[in-house]
Write a protein that binds this ligand. Structure first.
Ligand code: FAD
Length: 491
């Protein structure tokens, strides 16, 4: 690369410079080394990169740009990747230019909204990151019960704007997660038993497809695409906005944590399993096995979003399983509950996860889970989230999301203080998972780890695979968007 010069807009705009926003002008860029779609080395001429930069209202960042390092970081610190270019898009126009540039150069392309991909799929080495972090904004129309969400928005923004009108919809359990990635892959959350997956509530998507065209996908327009975007991940293009159905709900819920010593875990788990099917859908209770320092504990994370008196009654039954060692379940703002895990799952730490769906939980299964969990103190936390209720009311072929009908969603989550030594711990988690794997059927693509081969995704899409392949062939025939739960098009 020859030389790069960044001139702040307004300081030294040449008379001939295109009209721009606040982005820096990129001049005298030498050739840029990059990676093609299939991973081969390729060279982007400086003039093509400059022209690309000039077409954007947002910044185009290269290695050495002031914000490059901050911008390339993703939630999982294990993926310390260095893209050749980061296009910081400010709107649909920038996204179209970025998609055109990627397609014309056959450039390896990642799409980033909240950056919370467990497997680091929203970044890459040597490719282009289409970065939507600047595209944030949520507008709620209470009379229509709709939330209009720009694709770079985080879940906390959706929850916050909805709550002010006494509205809510299913969103994930950590408020700094991106709305787009979560919704495209499904979207479980504390309200999911009541309102369904986030993608079930997504009524419309705005999207730029691989050919650079802008489409709106609704039940009336491009309905095939709407089907695929509800669970088919980032396979079909770059989503720029999502319209959600939001539901009336008291912004104050009953929520918090109940914890018991591990000796009570078997009773706690059996109780959860036996009670789940009869619980009202306003009740969401995550069953977790955690380490408090080096002490193993069983926990319920509780969210009751229904009428208060009925909730207090149900809570009595949870507390009666055994006397909790810790209990902070009380009225709490839903938005605060949604942020309660934000710090413990902070950005930039080192994480590894395994997950799968359970159709049933036998006594033997419970014993096996307890045994595997306690074997290696502090190695991982384990959670069993309900996957029933409203999730089941949508037919398995009504959306691309394939994993309907399970009772639980089981996850192991390892968090490591530093990169050094993480690989050895990851290997131990893989071994532990081998023992639990026979209990599960399929996995949640949004929490899949980087080990999953393409064939596992294909198998996981099950009966929806053929339709997904047809859609992929229609909207992204060259598999420009492949850093995702990928469905390659027909050959
Ligand atoms: C701390 C944490 C908590 C989580 N909790 C939950 C939970 O409660 N429930 C749940 O269901 N999941 C949960 N997840 C998983 C989550 O759904 C995925 O990690 C999801 O991909 C995050 O979306 P994002 O926009 O932040 O991701 P990104 O890393 O930005 O994107 C992930 C992938 O999604 C696709 N994508 C993202 N944005 C777009 C777009 N605009 N257009 C096209 N494709 C796009 C791309 O393929 C990209 O590689 C959690 C993850 C983390 C890290």
């Amino acid at each position: 690369m020859k030389r790069r010069e960044f001139v702040g807009a307004g300081l030294a705009l040449a008379a001939s410079a295109p009209l721009r926003g606040w982005s820096a002008i990129l001049k005298d860029v030498g050739d840029v080394a990059a990676k093609s779609l299939d991973g081969a080395a390729l060279t982007l001429s400086g003039s093509s990169v400059e022209a690309f930069a000039a077409s954007l209202r947002g910044d185009l960042l290269l290695q050495g740009s002031a914000d490059y390092d901050a911008r390339r970081r993703v939630w999982n610190g294990l993926f310390d990747r260095k893209p050749a270019l980061i296009a910081c898009c400010t709107g649909t126009a920038d996204v179209r230019h970025a998609v055109d540039f990627a397609r014309e150069h056959r450039l390896l392309t990642a799409v980033r909204s909240g950056g919370h991909s467990i497997s680091g799929k929203s970044t890459c080495n040597g490719g282009l990151v289409i970065d939507l972090q600047s595209m944030q904004g949520v507008r709620v129309e209470p009379e229509l019960s709709r939330a209009f969400v720009e694709a770079g928005s985080l879940l906390g923004q959706l929850d916050h704007e909805s709550a002010t009108f006494g509205l809510a919809t299913t969103a994930g359990i950590v408020s700094h997660t991106g709305a787009a990635g979560l919704t495209l892959g499904g979207g479980f959350g504390r309200l999911g038993r009541r309102f369904g997956l986030a993608c079930d509530n997504a009524l419309a998507f705005d999207i730029v497809t691989a050919d650079g065209h802008f489409l709106r996908a609704t039940e009336e327009q491009n309905a095939d695409l709407l089907w695929g975007l509800r669970g088919g991940g980032g396979n079909f293009g770059v989503v720029t906005a999502i319209e959600y159905r939001v539901h009336r709900m008291d912004p104050v819920i009953l929520g918090g944590y109940l914890m018991w010593p591990i000796e009570k875990a078997r009773d706690v788990m059996r109780f959860h399993r036996d009670a789940l099917a009869n619980w009202p859908e306003e009740l969401w209770v995550e069953l977790a096995l955690v380490w408090e320092k080096d002490v193993p504990m069983a926990a319920f994370e509780v969210c009751w979003s229904g009428e208060r008196t009925a909730g207090e009654e149900i809570l009595k039954s949870l507390r009666a399983v055994a006397k909790p060692a810790y209990d902070n379940v009380a009225p709490i703002r839903y938005v605060d509950m949604q942020a309660s895990l934000d710090e413990s799952l902070a950005n930039g730490k080192y994480y590894y996860m395994k997950n799968g769906f359970l159709n049933q939980l036998s006594d033997d299964g419970i014993d096996r889970i307890l045994d595997v969990f306690q074997r290696d103190p502090g190695l991982f936390v384990l959670f069993l989230d309900p996957a029933d209720g409203a999730y089941h009311r949508v037919a398995a072929d009504a959306t691309a999301f394939p994993n309907r009908g399970a009772t639980y969603w089981l996850g192991l989550e390892g968090k490591f203080p530093q990169r050094e030594g993480a690989e050895a711990k990851i290997e131990k988690i893989r071994v532990a998972w081998k023992e639990l794997e026979p209990l599960v059927q399929g996995f949640y693509t949004n929490l899949a780890d980087a080990d999953e081969p393409l064939s596992a995704y294909r198998e996981n899409y099950g009966a929806n695979l053929e339709r997904l392949i047809a859609l992929k062939s229609k909207y992204d025939p060259n598999n420009l968007f492949r850093l995702n739960a990928n469905v390659p098009p027909e050959a």
